[in-house]
Write a protein of this length. Structure first.
Length: 620
């Protein structure tokens, strides 16, 4: 054939090559999922063309019935999956199948390498499902012709580093993927096996999947069925297909809304966090359909970014089919749907939070930090978001709501106390909490970076202001303790005046002030931000993001009840001339200790070492 002269050979992009090595060489036991991936691609291809045909009906002229067909050739030992969807041209083939690694390729490889037995079934989740064909095939051919174009192409590869593309013959638009099955994969030629796999994984596909002349699936969009007619298994499979996920939905919301704008939503909340949850684009992944025609997956304006963990489908017959995706995103009707959906989701979450707190804790662990972005961004619904928010606190291991916190507040307590930091376990051990613990005053433990930001938007809750325990004077005296305080207070508290003067003199500008502490019971020192200064954690966050250079000097608090502080106070009283070297070293060591307790390095590690050694030596 003259065409064969034009056969071009290409190398897979390095990452794709690595992926193929792993996929082809794996002894993965659940190889059947390749069929799910290929049928899913075929269905996507039909969806895409149906959308294109809205504005260009000629693309589907003469063949408007979309269909997916599976065929086997037992002699040739091939299995093929055909569709009459959008098809691929030469450039599409290059872009999508090999020369350019998709963004999920690296993430998938990492996932697999992380765990020797990494689950290859996740392949679809990373947007590289096509390559799963090489689990069962020693060679894969893709014969394809793009709708509206005359030329057809044959892509072919044995998955070993290279692929070829050549011109080919194909009468109709669409794609046929032919798998030349490996010797150990002949089971996939058997009718019963194919029937079973398609029924298990692809029953929800809304185009008929034909095999031996009959459709294996119901071929109606699952969300158009009545909610009671959809089983949990069907939901799981549809969720996995539409989300490219592999877990179970944590929550399913299937509703029909009739009104000024009518729509159906079939939304899922995953039970494990999707891998792109914290990517800066904060993309939505709920698919938008208009009257059962797939429009777009990443609709801006359909849901707020703080609900980006949602997966599933929204279908409305009241949106216009004849405008571009971009115009659709600014349609006021879409804004109506967004508002309705957002409220619906918040209502469902509130139900879970109040009725099934343990179950809700799973959601909160996965997506709480994302939902809290709503406190910053959604002024209109801020209170409703806040109602659902749960927090760790010194009260115990269970999460608490703000109302529950307020109910537990002590007599004389007028603020909601919190400590913010990066590591929940570390902040729970912070010395700043000692005095609060001793008095039985609960402190919220805030370990998400978004916490610092919503606190700026919500200064109060039920008229109680939020107060960081690492900032300002601790006004614990006014709060009535339920424990008998005492033992520790019995010992006479020395005056620290001279010691404070000596430390101030020695530390100079490094500290803003030095003063006795009311918040410490066990540790000798801690650093706090002065009233009106930026909280320590916020400062650290801004520094890390390059939005702040240097930091503000902090206030050093001394625990008058601590043995070291007492002894130092006595020593300072006797040092009228201010020449006591040990006192000077101790001032720096205490300051550095406070830094270390905050998770920071000593200000001058070499000097820190020298001083520590000097003090130890004199003690020995
Ligand atoms: P995903 O489908 O998640 O994007 P895949 O690795 O399964 O990832 O497929 C890669 C790309 O190849 C698809 O995005 C699509 O552009 C193209 N493709 C795969 N199968 C088909 C098909 N049957 N028809 C048209 N395009 C296809």
């Amino acid at each position: 054939m003259s065409n064969s002269e034009k056969k071009e050979t290409f190398s897979f992009q390095t990452e794709v090559g690595q992926l193929l090595d792993i996929v082809a060489g794996s002894l993965y036991s659940n190889r059947e999922i390749f069929l799910r991936e290929l049928v899913s691609n075929a269905s996507d291809a039909c969806d895409k063309l149906r959308y294109e045909a809205l504005t260009m009906p000629s693309l589907v002229e003469g063949n408007q019935q979309f269909e997916i067909a599976i065929a086997v050739d037992k002699k040739a030992k091939t299995l093929s999956i055909s569709d009459n969807g959008i098809g691929l041209n030469h450039q599409d083939l290059l872009d999508t199948l090999g020369t350019i690694a998709k963004s999920g390729t690296g993430a998938f490889l990492e996932n697999i390498k992380k765990d020797e037995k990494g689950d290859l079934g996740l392949i679809g989740q990373f947007g590289v499902g096509f390559y799963s064909a090489f689990m069962v095939a020693e060679k894969v051919d893709v014969l394809t012709r793009k709708a509206g174009e005359k030329e057809a192409w044959l892509w072919s590869s044995d998955g070993k580093g290279q692929f070829t593309i050549e011109q080919a013959d194909r009468d109709e638009r669409g794609t046929t993927v032919t798998l030349h099955l490996k010797k150990d994969a002949k089971e996939f030629l058997e009718d019963a096996r194919i029937n079973h796999i398609v029924k298990t994984y692809s029953d929800h596909i809304s185009f008929p999947v034909m095999f031996d002349g009959k459709a294996l699936n119901e071929a109606s969009a699952i969300w158009t069925r009545s909610a009671k007619d959809v089983s949990e298994e069907q939901h799981t499979e549809f969720y996995r297909h539409t989300a490219g996920a592999y877990d179970q939905p944590w929550l399913t919301m299937h509703n029909r809304v009739e009104g000024v704008v009518s729509y159906t939503n079939l939304l899922y909340i995953p039970s494990t966090p999707p891998f792109d949850l914290y990517e800066p684009e904060r993309k939505s992944h709920v698919k938008l359909y208009v009257n059962r025609v797939f429009i777009t997956e990443e609709t801006k304006g359909l849901l707020p970014a703080y609900l980006r963990f949602l997966r599933g489908v929204v279908d409305s017959e009241d949106l216009s089919l004849n405008v571009s995706r971009e115009m659709l995103q600014t349609d006021p009707k879409l804004a109506k749907i967004k508002s309705g959906l957002t409220k619906k989701v918040l209502t469902e979450l509130k139900k879970k939070a109040t009725k099934k707190p343990e179950d809700f804790a799973v959601f909160w662990q996965n997506f709480g930090a994302v939902l809290k972005e709503g406190l910053v961004e959604d002024a209109a619904l801020r209170d409703r978001v806040l109602e659902i928010c749960r927090f760790n606190s010194t009260n115990g291991s269970e999460l608490t709501s703000l109302s529950e916190y307020v109910e537990r507040m002590k007599e004389g307590q007028d603020a909601i106390y919190y400590i913010a930091g990066e590591d929940a376990a570390k902040i729970a051990k912070s010395p700043h909490l000692e005095g609060f613990r001793a008095k039985g005053v609960e402190v919220l433990l805030l370990a998400d970076s978004v916490d610092e930001f919503w606190l700026q938007h919500i200064p109060q809750f039920e008229e109680k202001s939020f107060k960081s325990v690492t900032r300002g004077a601790a006004d614990l005296d006014a709060i009535k303790s339920d424990k008998k305080d005492g033992d520790k207070d019995d010992a006479k508290t020395p005056t620290l005046e001279t010691l404070i003067t000596a430390i101030k003199l020695e530390l100079g500008e490094t500290v803003k002030d030095v003063r006795p502490s009311k918040r410490l019971t066990d540790s000798p020192v801690c650093l706090i931000a002065d009233d009106g200064d930026m909280d320590v954690n916020m400062e650290r966050l801004l520094q890390r993001h390059g939005q702040l250079q240097g930091g503000m000097p902090r206030v050093l608090e001394l625990n008058p009840k601590h043995g070291i502080v007492r002894k130092l106070a006595e020593r300072a009283d006797g040092d009228a001339v201010g020449t006591d070297d040990l006192l000077k070293d101790a001032a720096h060591l205490l300051f550095d200790q406070a830094r270390i307790l905050d998770g920071e390095a000593p200000s001058d590690p070499a000097e820190f070492g020298r001083r520590l050694n000097a003090v130890l030596e004199s003690a020995l």
